[in-house]
Write a protein that binds this ligand. Structure first.
Ligand code: PRX
Length: 656
């Protein structure tokens, strides 16, 4: 479906104005929009002074002279870990709980700001003892345990950018990311708990490092599950041993505002993941400011819970840097929503009196499917704000979320942003905005966004086009690690004056922005970003595969689902007539190359792929097939009989 057609289908009359009682206590105000419009740089300087403590105050705000390479607050200095930990302890709030950690098997641990302070200092010294210093990088491959937060903050404290790799990625994916960032140390665990069983992590690290030229010198291993691990005495060090040997005090030094804070790999339109890198001052400012005004976090009374994994940007900005900079109390949960039962999330909300919940539409749709009677068994009355992130939220899921989880009254913030943007960009402000189910609505104060046509001209209300960001923003990526040219080419070449987000969008009659999904070869499966090309490369790396084409097909539960069309090599044996054996083999191969999240939902073995005369695969036609539609206009195909061949061969596909 084209964006235009989809846009025409969207029509939403419901509107939920803010409750005056909420408005009276909200951090966000209508005045913020006016202030940002009146003086853009002054507005951001105010936020940077309000939310961040600077060891050396800045005098410059934005330097855009070398566009699109931005500098924010460039002559200022700060330490991100000091901002997230020490200053709260210094202000007498050391006994406040920073993390109510909940392990999947039911073990729990409350970590106060004083605890964090102690552990981050030890870890900073332990990392320094391993020889790490400015100029080095560290890869973190950990489950959702307090040590993950401590490890990230310890890196930040000593000025060593971390590259967190999601624990669900395979050894191969980990290896690519370690090599690209030239990580000197990997911080991992023996394993983590997932769906009731310990799942191993260290073997993947061992496999990833099994290369003669690996940059990694030391591996720090947290003991989480107690499972047996292979040990390399020359390289592996237990986290608890390193912590026990480290000196307890570490004085945080100020870093330049533009010092790199982290690298985070994300899928782009080519096979090679992009190392998005963020710097310290502008990023921390926007993470804290948005967590305050969008989620409405009040550190003195809220219990906030963001259900993302720290392996994604949402975990970076809205578990680690934003909430901790604000000094908030939050829940950190290791496991999955259905272990040991489908009410686990609601039990956690009830037990911890969670007031703000931030999760993804795919989770909300799953909870809907499981049934409203499950959350109904728990007391969710503490909830006062709900957030959504990662993909468009359909109005039905929005209404369910508000009614069933939010007691019919909690405002929902549908937050649009990306790994690249570092922080929330488009979202309603609770207490200010009248909410429209399904729309992310307006750029927040201090952010410029537009929907433009092919020429780069803003579209009128009621029309669709491409989402662009019109002004540099503090948390913007500063580039792609080691590849400045690709940064310019990917984001700033289509219309040089605008940042091209890669998303289609529509403006409704009131100018609200509706996100319509990616317009490039990036898929969004359960809110996870996957590249069609990356999965195609994984498939063709299998000896039996000659060629493949991957599309994202609409899927009721996961937003999109990976569907792969594969041509087998001549003579590739597959004993079974219906291909189930080979299909399973290929699905597992993709899981091994990238990770289980990239496993195609369906693989269709086909004799040909539809190509134009210039050899380009026509994914549009494949999407028609994958979504079970009448195949669209195929006249530009080099061989128009190909689609018939594919359709007749489809009985050989697997579906599970
Ligand atoms: O397509 C948009 C979608 O997720 C993409 C960014 O993915 P990632 O970098 O992994 O970051 C996800 C978490 C911030 C975007 O290009 N996306 C994210 N939030 C929304 C969204 N689509 C619609 N509505 C949203 N609220």
């Amino acid at each position: 479906m084209s964006n235009e057609t989809l846009a025409n289908l969207l029509h939403e009359d419901r509107s939920f104005p803010p409750d005056p009682a909420f408005t009276a206590q909200a951090n966000g105000t209508a005045a913020l929009y006016a202030a940002a419009d009146a003086d853009y740089e002054g507005f951001w300087a105010d936020q940077a002074r309000t939310y961040v403590t600077w060891s050396k105050p800045f005098t410059q705000v934005l330097d855009w002279s070398n566009a699109p390479f931005a500098k924010w607050f460039a002559d200022g200095e700060l330490n991100a870990a000091y901002n997230c930990v020490d200053r709260h302890v210094e202000a007498g709030r050391g006994d406040k709980v920073a993390l109510h950690w909940i392990g999947e098997p039911g073990d729990t641990r409350d970590v106060t700001y004083a605890d964090l302070h102690r552990e981050v200092q030890l870890a900073a010294n332990a990392l320094t003892d391993l020889g790490l210093g400015k100029g080095d990088t560290v890869a973190i491959y950990l489950p959702m345990i307090p040590e993950a937060v401590v490890a990230m903050l310890a890196c930040a404290r000593i000025g060593v950018p971390h590259s967190v790799v999601f624990g669900g990625f395979s050894a191969e994916a980990l290896n690519t990311r370690i090599a690209d960032a030239q990580a000197k140390v990997v911080i991992t665990a023996d394993g983590g708990w997932r769906r009731g069983t310990p799942s191993a992590l260290k073997p993947a690290v061992d496999a990833a490092l099994d290369h003669a030229d690996t940059s990694v010198q030391k591996v720090l291993v947290v003991r989480r599950t107690g499972q047996d691990v292979a040990w390399n005495d020359a390289r592996d060090v237990w986290w608890h041993d390193a912590m026990a040997a480290a000196s307890p005090t570490h004085v945080a030094q100020g870093m330049e505002a533009e010092h790199p804070l982290f690298i985070l790999y994300t899928s782009g339109t080519t096979g090679k993941p992009k190392g998005i890198f963020h710097t310290t001052g502008g990023y921390l400012t926007q993470a804290a400011y948005t967590n305050a005004v969008v989620h409405d976090v009040h550190p003195d009374r809220d219990v906030y819970w963001c259900t993302a994994d720290i392996g994604w940007v949402t975990g970076h900005s809205y578990i680690v840097y934003g909430p901790l900079a604000l000094g908030a109390t939050q829940v950190l949960y290791e496991g999955t929503p259905d272990t040991p039962h489908q009410g686990r999330f609601w039990e956690i909300v009830q037990q911890n009196k969670v007031t703000i919940l931030y999760t993804a539409p795919t989770a909300i749709r799953t909870f809907m499917k499981w049934g409203s009677d499950i959350p109904a068994k728990f007391d969710l009355s503490s909830i006062r704000v709900l957030g959504s992130v990662g993909e468009p939220i359909n109005p039905e899921a929005w209404m369910w979320y508000r009614d069933v989880i939010g007691g019919g009254s909690a405002p929902i913030v549908d937050t649009w942003w990306q790994t690249e943007t570092g922080g929330i960009m488009i979202s309603p402000l609770p207490g200010v905005t009248s909410l429209k189910p399904g729309s992310a609505q307006r750029p927040i104060p201090g952010i410029g966004a537009e929907v433009v046509d092919d020429m780069g001209d803003p579209v009128p209300n009621g029309h669709g086009g491409y989402l662009v960001l019109t002004k540099p923003w503090p948390a913007m990526l500063r580039g792609l690690w080691g590849d400045p040219a690709r940064y310019v080419e990917t984001y700033w070449s289509r219309w040089p004056q605008y940042y091209f987000a890669g998303d289609g969008a529509k403006k409704d009659d009131e100018g609200n922005i509706w996100l319509l999904g990616r317009v490039d070869d990036v898929m969004n499966v359960s809110g996870h970003r996957l590249s069609t090309t990356e999965i195609e490369s994984a498939l063709v790396s299998h000896p039996k595969v000659a060629e493949s084409a991957v599309v994202g097909a609409n899927d009721e539960m996961t937003g999109q689902a990976v569907v792969a069309f594969v041509i087998l090599r001549a003579g590739a044996s597959h004993a079974d007539d219906d291909n189930t054996g080979i299909v399973e083999e290929l699905r597992n191969h993709v899981a091994k190359e990238i990770g289980p999240i990239a496993k195609p939902k369906r693989i269709l073995i086909v004799p040909e792929l539809p190509k134009t005369r210039s050899g380009k695969i026509m994914r549009r036609l494949l999407r028609d097939v994958a979504e079970g539609r009448q195949v669209g206009d195929a006249t530009t195909l080099a061989d128009t009989s190909v689609m018939d061949l594919i359709k007749t061969g489809l009985s050989s596909g697997s579906d599970d």
